[in-house]
Design a protein. Sequence first.
Length: 242
Amino acid sequence: MRLIWVGHRRGATPSRSHATWELTLTPTQIRTLFSRFEAADPSPKTELSYTSPYTLVVAVALSAQATDVSVNKATARLFALADTPEAMVALGLEQVTDQIRTIGLFRNKAKNVIALSQILLDRHGGEVPLEREALQALPGVGRKTASVVLNELGVEAAVAVDTHVFRVAHRLGLSKGKTPDAVEKQLKAVIPKPWLQRAHHWLILHGRYVCVARNPKCDICPMADLCPSRAKPPPARPKTRA
Ligand code: SF4
């Protein structure tokens, strides 16, 4: 039986009168899903390299429309020269641009790195403010970047919805949201609290390595028996007489 959940309240009980979206899995199945993620990877982490809140913010801001691998290569060069706001501003726009030119949108991103570093110096004593509004006021830091940073640093159990999280949430039937914000709201409503902070990483990693965009690897997916989108095995070929 399908349950219809009120999506905007965490812990909401199933209701047929206040439907905002139809959840394909039952609460028990959702608990099974996340307990499997936990068993496979109890402490998931970002694949971005960082050594401080500052280098994390810069790395996440650089990762828009770029792979973590390509960002890590660029930040290995960049952070070797400057890993604090002071050092970054002193390094200057030309050098920062040069160090990150292998990733997409590098010119704009370099400007943002210098500008956000200057703001950290001017308004925050050179420290990264661990508060959403102040983070999102930094150049190049939107809601998704702030969510990743706050989640990674254990400040807020945020679910940043990137392309992987969006796809996996839909395939697993955890959300039918049409925008990242809608998916984020629905995920926050249905994922049990103990797993919420780590859910972001699990869904990203699942989308990156198993539930890939084209040809998801349903045959090796540990969630296949729960997943409403799993690929059906090809029908058995009828026996033919020799
Ligand atoms: S069964 Fe297939 S579609 Fe479903 S989550 Fe796993 S890989 Fe994705």
